[in-house]
Design a protein around this ligand. Sequence first.
Ligand SMILES: NC(=O)c1ccc[n+]([C@@H]2O[C@H](COP(=O)([O-])OP(=O)(O)OC[C@H]3O[C@@H](n4cnc5c(N)ncnc54)[C@H](OP(=O)(O)O)[C@@H]3O)[C@@H](O)[C@H]2O)c1
Length: 233
Amino acid sequence: MGRLEGKKVFVVGTSKGLGYAIAYFSSIEGAEVIINSRNEKKLKEICENIRNCKYFVGDVSTPQKAEEVINKAGDFTDLVITVGGYVEDKIDDLKGLDEMLTNHIKVPLYVVKSSLSRLRKGSTIVLISAIRGIYTPLPFQLSYSIAKAGIAKAVETLASELIDQGIRVVGIAPSVIDGEFVPGRDWKKMRKLGDFKAPPEDFAKVVVWLLTDEAEWINGVVIPVDGGARLRT
Ligand SMILES: NC(=O)c1ccc[n+]([C@@H]2O[C@H](COP(=O)([O-])OP(=O)(O)OC[C@H]3O[C@@H](n4cnc5c(N)ncnc54)[C@H](OP(=O)(O)O)[C@@H]3O)[C@@H](O)[C@H]2O)c1
């Protein structure tokens, strides 16, 4: 019996990388899976490789649009938000400020807000920060790293707010997610401990574990998932 039997996991912002891998391994563990992003062709291709998968096309970049996507998705027990986007900037141009704050802070908060009526005791919300948001930053990632720091704080604050409803809020902080997800391959051959880059499988496995009962006493924390690479910088 899979560790997510009886669960229905909604992965918002599913890409060919992390989101796909999370959806795939959740299904392997027995969950029904719902995925969302804005590209129907990509969603359809991903769903074809996953048992018990449904998809809904939709943009979640405003409160109204997020509400529409959540309404289309119907009921689900657990929520993972992997919406991405990456812009490099420094203080002299700040060209990524609006987009990074929208994608990495506003969007997850809109989606969580719209999902709350569906989540209940035993539900888990997983948000994605980044190593550069919680450890040593790089000088050309100002807007990205402060947005990822913000969403890490949101994990703690939301966990505190939702604790009496029995809903856990947890996060991971990936290093660098290398390339697309390919089901069934031997991904462990593709990296060694301490590498900054690792395939999507290494990050998705931790998210799926966070959704299981094995992790039910983990709440309000962001786990660095980097093979220890942060210790090298
Ligand atoms: N890649 C890395 O090295 C890395 C490192 C640390 C942390 N992370 C974080 O890990 C998560 C997943 O990373 P990733 O590289 O797989 O992400 P990604 O490909 O950049 O983004 C994931 C998906 O989000 C969807 N998306 C973006 N805006 C959306 C919107 N308004 N509404 C609906 N869907 C939207 C995009 O799909 P469509 O364009 O098809 O809609 C995209 O495929 C992200 O939060 C990222 O910041 C990534």
